[in-house]
Design a protein around this ligand. Structure first.
Ligand code: AR6
Length: 187
């Protein structure tokens, strides 16, 4: 099925698209949630995804907690659930690092959260995945530094993998999207 492309700046031969908007409105194969380890919802994009996805998303998260992660989803790992009432098909929930000043492996953990989500999309044969700017809100990761980590991680991934075909980086504001493009220009 083909869908209208989401407008934005394309990099990496069109495989990475930097866009502005509300990630909950996107009709893509999977949107990524910047969750916390409880998987029970929260503020920011997590709150928006749970509100729009509804009870089905929460129930799926509860089942995963019960069956696979009774102590919570570790930072850098990802899981996939139904998208419930959202227009996307799936939600991939991942936990980014809380910023502690840069000395607690934050860069590697942020890279791991993006990589785990991309690997899960590939395992499920999903063509499109949309990411919010993980960890750069409540978790306090500096936006410029996050941009560089994300650019490197995604460039490496697309070089080695054909699926997902298109990766959307969705910023809530145009100024955040521009900051990303300035901090991590298209190669
Ligand atoms: N669409 C796209 N981006 C959004 C949306 C949206 N609807 N809403 C917010 N953002 P945050 P974190 C942007 O705080 O830093 C939660 O309470 C926002 O502007 O959502 O990983 C969780 O439960 C920011 O740039 O995630 C965790 O406890 C980016 O999404 C904790 O916050 C990420 O901000 C996770 O913190």
């Amino acid at each position: 099925m083909s869908r209208p492309a989401i407008g934005g700046t394309a990099c990496e031969n069109g495989r990475v698209v930097v866009a502005t908007g509300d990630i909950t409105s996107l009709e893509v194969d999977a949107i990524v949630n910047a969750a916390n380890s409880t998987l029970m919802g929260g503020g920011g994009v997590d709150g928006a995804i749970h509100r729009a996805g509804g009870e089905e998303v929460l129930e799926a998260c509860k089942a995963i907690r019960r069956n696979r992660y009774p102590d919570g989803l570790p930072t850098g790992k990802a899981i996939i659930t139904t998208a419930g009432a959202l227009p996307a098909r799936f939600v991939i929930h991942t936990v980014g690092p809380i910023w502690h000043g840069g000395t607690a492996h934050e860069d590697e953990l942020l890279a791991r959260a993006y990589r785990s989500s991309l690997e899960l999309a590939a395992e499920n044969n999903l063509d499109e995945i949309a990411f919010p700017a993980i960890s750069t809100g409540v978790y306090g990761f500096p936006k410029t530094r996050a941009a560089q980590v994300v650019r490197r991680t995604i460039s490496d991934f697309v070089r080695m993998n054909e699926t997902p075909r298109t990766i959307y980086l969705v910023f809530f504001s145009a100024s955040d999207a521009n900051l990303y493009l300035q901090s991590a220009p298209c190669p």
